[in-house]
Design a protein. Sequence first.
Lengths: 217, 226
Amino acid sequence: MSATRVLGWLAVAGLGAGLVMAFGVAPREITQGNVQRIMYVHVPAVWVAYLAFLVVCGASVVYLVRRSATADTLAAACTEVGVLFLGINIVTGAIWGKPTWGAWWTWDARLTSVSVVFLMYVGYLLLRRMTDDPERGARLSAVLGVLAAPSIYLVHTSVYWWRTLHQPPSLLKAGSATMPAVFWLAILVNFVAFALLAAHFVGRRVRLLAREREAHA
Amino acid sequence: MTAFARRAWLVLRKDVVSERRSKETLNALVFFALLLLFVFQFSLGDDRDRLAAALPGLLWLGFVLSGILGVSRAFLVERENDCWEGLVLAPGDKSSIYLGKVAGALVLMLLVEGLLLLLFAVFFNVDLGARLPGLAAVLALGTVGFAAVGALFSAMTAHVRARELLFPVLLLPVLVPVLLGGVKATEAVLAGEPLGAVAHWLKLLAAADVIYLTVGVLTFDAVLES
């Protein structure tokens, strides 16, 4: 069995465990009710997406230095998967926002900055698609992959300063133990499952892209 | 280093000379800036308060729109008469070409920004004179970042399908920090606050300038191949 396939089955098992954690083990949150459970999809999705973009940056640097085709396909595959998971994050955020805030969309700092990052990487995919020569496409998108990573930081900082009327991130904040451990555990189980799923997708896309290249060569 | 600076200077001088002779970009941009004022006036109406509230955003909207049109041409002009091949074959570090183009884009944009400020002062009767030093600092910091990304993306999209569409689609998300910083700092300056009150925004603009220029210099070799 290939590594990608193993990852796929592990992801299936992980997603099953994640569902059990999210609906069975984790209790109903008092103030938000069942709506809060969307967090178990929402939060892991954004972590996986940003992890993917980190890989994009690293693979792009490797491509620019070594010109290895593997690094290019890895960067391209990770961008696609990252955009997918960030899309899931934004959509689940909107679904959560409707009953909680009363609107599908608000110009909240994190909503806005994540969407800007989403558009940035959609631009990356467009650039690849619009370049006829695959070798040039690889070079140009590698440059964009390198530029995008520090831009994420700048976008988040600037949008955060622009709008500081939202609640601060409730997770990943040092010293704030506001969430019971069982919620954390449910998020972590889902994160592992999502990461496995993303790795499975990336493995499949890398193989497909490599075959596309062979077919064109 | 001196040879590097000289090469960048030569690229800048070549562009300035050819623009001075043809006046292609600047002529069109002057009238574009003028047209923008009409668009702004039509969409805002006569209300003075509304104009005052929107002024920082409008100024930057004007800079961005004319910047997109002007800076996207930075490398497009090299496609004519096989100039691109000339740049690729030029000896030495390619990033000097990039810095020359950034300088050219900077000069072009600062000219257009100065023009837009003048037009705003005349047509919307806003008194910018007293705010000019602070405004100049903010504009300079913002425009360096704009020119750095703009020149890089202009080279990247020069050989891509639908390049005039892709250029702004790539540019705008990356420019969000520059735009927000520029608008917020301009707002403070126009309200009469000292620059110290928006020091964090100015630092962000400076950080964006440094990061974009560094990435551009480091990666430009890969952009300019073949």
